[in-house]
Design a protein around this ligand. Structure first.
Ligand SMILES: Nc1ncnc2c1ncn2[C@@H]1O[C@H](COP(=O)(O)OP(=O)(O)O)[C@@H](O)[C@H]1O
Ligand SMILES: [Mg+2]
Length: 377
């Protein structure tokens, strides 16, 4: 019998999307074919502690991390595995727990989706699902992301970056500049967050002051964007490494004025935001949005997967790239897998393909020389 592939699934994390991550990871673990894969669940607490002994999913769900046990990955690739940590008075004993062939990080937001965990996995020499350090980090910073997308000639809304320091030192000057360039309405956002946390729609100067103050609570970089009129929210799933493919597009029908935190996670039942799959848009627009999704994916050097989110003006029909989520929501009812299901790739096959892509990308990288050898002759 062939040995099974050991897949570490990492979930939880130091992020506002901790609970969403647990839900996504439960679905991923349930979909991994037990004849082919051995699942190694790895939890990260809200404080950033890694746990792996016993049942880390149960421990995090119950809010009792102590019922599992501390674990760590060492940056030295010679170990390539998960370690159990045991406190012995002043000392901490590191004990081999299990080797890992590949890791599926199911972490949303900062300290998970932003290149930090990806950097650790690169150092440790373990293949992993999804984008590498660069793609993850660029997708996480909304300001840098938009600069890169703009530089590739792809459509993005007009935006202005305000540093928190500047906002605090010269507020009147900042307000005048924003009113002179963008006008109203605008959206204010912390550059490095997700789940709509800290995002406001501002209709006047008082609203803009509030929006910038709110964004400044979360980040030192504040992004201000022209609001897309009567914005429709179109999303496309992308899958692949060097030859990515795009799914059919879907549309979100937010339950509120915009797709804010409550519309994403709190509104339930009849009040919940809706998903339309496929999006009710023309065949031409469908092709355009799929093409743009792949171009944006390539522009930031993504790998494995991403959900590409667009804003479509209900007034002008203009389409804008809004963001790429490199670890999108992954429950069975999340947009990313549902779009693939509608395009012909069922959830278990999707997870299987992502692991294949992780191994492929790692093998491709292993071809690179890591020291300089002058050519002979
Ligand atoms: N420029 C914009 N014009 C219109 N609506 C916007 C704009 N920017 C953001 N929104 C609304 O705010 C939501 C959250 O913004 P987004 O940039 O996607 O941040 P997050 O990473 O938190 O999802 C969007 O889904 C959309 O409803
Ligand atoms: Mg979004």
């Amino acid at each position: 019998m062939a040995t099974k592939i050991r897949v570490g699934v990492i979930f939880g994390g130091r992020s506002g999307e901790h609970e969403v991550s647990l839900a996504s990871a439960r679905s991923v673990m349930a979909a991994l074919d037990p004849d082919k894969y051995q699942v190694v669940p790895i939890g990260i607490t809200k404080e950033g502690g890694w746990i792996a002994a016993g049942d880390p999913m149960q421990a995090l769900t119950a809010g009792d991390a102590g019922s599992s046990g501390p674990a760590a990955l060492l940056s030295d690739p010679a170990y390539r595995g998960l370690m159990r940590l045991e406190e012995k008075g002043q000392a901490v004993e590191v004990v081999r727990m299990t080797q890992l062939d590949v890791i599926f990080p199911v972490l949303h937001g900062p300290y998970g989706e932003d290149g930090t965990v990806q950097g650790l996995l690169d150092l440790a020499g373990i293949p992993y699902v999804g984008a590498g350090v660069t793609g993850s980090a660029v997708a996480m910073d909304k300001a840098i992301f938009k600069d890169v997308i703009r530089a590739h000639g792809l459509p993005v809304v007009d935006s202005q970056l305000v540093m928190r320091r500047e906002w605090e030192a010269r507020p009147e000057q900042v307000l005048d500049r924003l009113e002179g360039t963008l006008g109203y309405p605008v959206f204010t956002k912390p550059a490095n967050l997700g789940s709509s946390v800290g995002i406001c729609k501002c209709h006047d100067r008082a609203g803009l002051v509030h929006g910038l103050d709110e964004a400044a609570r979360y980040d030192r970089k504040l992004l201000v964007e022209a609001a897309v009129p009567q914005a429709r929210e179109i999303e496309v799933s992308v899958l692949g490494n060097d030859d990515p493919i795009a799914s059919l597009p879907g549309e979100i029908l937010p339950s509120r004025e915009f797709y804010d935190y409550a519309a994403k996670y709190l509104d339930q039942g009849e009040k919940a935001s809706g998903l339309l799959i496929p999006a009710p848009i023309s065949p031409e627009l469908t092709e355009r949005v799929r093409e743009l999704a792949v171009q944006a994916y390539r522009a930031i050097d993504c790998a494995g997967m991403a959900r590409a989110d667009f804003l479509l003006s209900g007034r002008s029909g203009e389409l804008y790239v809004n963001e790429l989520n490199t670890i999108p929501g992954f429950t069975a009812i999340s947009m990313y897998p549902k779009l693939w299901a509608a395009t012909g790739i069922a959830y278990p096959e999707l997870v299987d393909r992502l692991i294949g892509l992780a191994l492929e990308r790692h093998a491709n990288r292993a071809r690179n020389k890591t020291s300089y050898q002058p050519e002979e002759g």
